[in-house]
Design a protein around this ligand. Structure first.
Ligand SMILES: *Cc1c(COP(=O)(O)O)cnc(C)c1O
Length: 233
């Protein structure tokens, strides 16, 4: 059943690539497995999913040793400094760096296990007060500059979330904004290649606007049931 869902998402990814003249190989599909069980993750991994996303540090920490297949883990949620220790070992990418203080802790923890941590800066492209992420150009450049000087951080790109709306214009404008921030930073000698943008409702638009990572939960695993705690798995 998850296999059908993954195949459907794949089909849509291919259609969006065709429409926008992009190559499927440029896009990493991250199956967002938050709230879902070890069994479901194993099933998805057995059906071709290679990358998984979690948004709670302890949940990722509890899950990663239990998965038998070699998979890549992405930390995509808001990250408190005191929880970096839970995810520094499994995280292939941390998508949500939004302060110097957090970058400093990631650099320190990565160094302690001899790792260079790949990170993305989370950008608030919609000016919604409820969303996390950097907003002003100065803050973005300050954190990016800090990361650039960290020996154990490799800054690879940017991440954003569009607002939950049916208005395609609003969604698209967020993704265009993220791409243009990346382009202007690369003119300042950053070397950013990754754009993490697009979820179940908007990944096709994100692909058209240059996403290199899409984070898809519901379309793969179905609706989330937050009443079932992951602790019972
Ligand atoms: C939950 C989540 C997703 C996936 O959302 P769906 O709408 O279920 O695809 C993507 N990105 C982040 C940051 C999330 O927290």
């Amino acid at each position: 059943m998850l296999k059908d869902n993954i195949n459907n998402v794949e089909k849509k990814i291919l259609e969006s690539c065709l429409k926008s003249g992009r190559n499927r190989a440029e896009i990493r599909l991250i199956a967002v497995s938050k709230t879902h069980t070890i069994e479901e993750i194993e099933e998805a991994a057995g059906s071709g999913a290679t990358d998984f996303g979690e948004n709670k540090a302890q949940e990722l920490n509890a899950k990663f040793p239990k998965i038998s297949k070699p998979v890549y883990w992405h930390f995509i949620g808001h990250l408190q400094t005191n929880k970096v220790k839970y995810i520094i070992e499994p995280a292939e990418f941390i998508h949500s760096v939004d302060s110097i203080k957090l970058a400093e802790e990631i650099d320190k923890r990565a160094k302690s296990i001899n790792k260079v941590q790949k990170v993305l800066l989370e950008i608030n492209t919609s000016d919604e007060e409820t969303k996390f992420g950097l907003t002003s150009e100065k803050d973005i450049l300050d954190v990016a500059d800090y990361c650039r000087n960290c020996g154990n951080i490799d800054l690879k790109g940017l991440m954003t979330m569009a607002p939950y709306t049916d208005d395609e214009k609003i969604i698209r404008s967020c993704f265009v904004k993220l791409r243009s921030i990346k382009d202007s930073m690369n003119k300042k000698d950053f070397n950013l290649n990754e754009l993490s943008m697009g979820m179940t409702n908007d990944f096709e638009i994100a692909i058209e606007e240059g996403a290199t990572m899409i984070r898809v939960g519901t379309a793969i695993f179905g609706e989330r049931d937050y009443s079932k705690s992951w602790k019972v798995i």
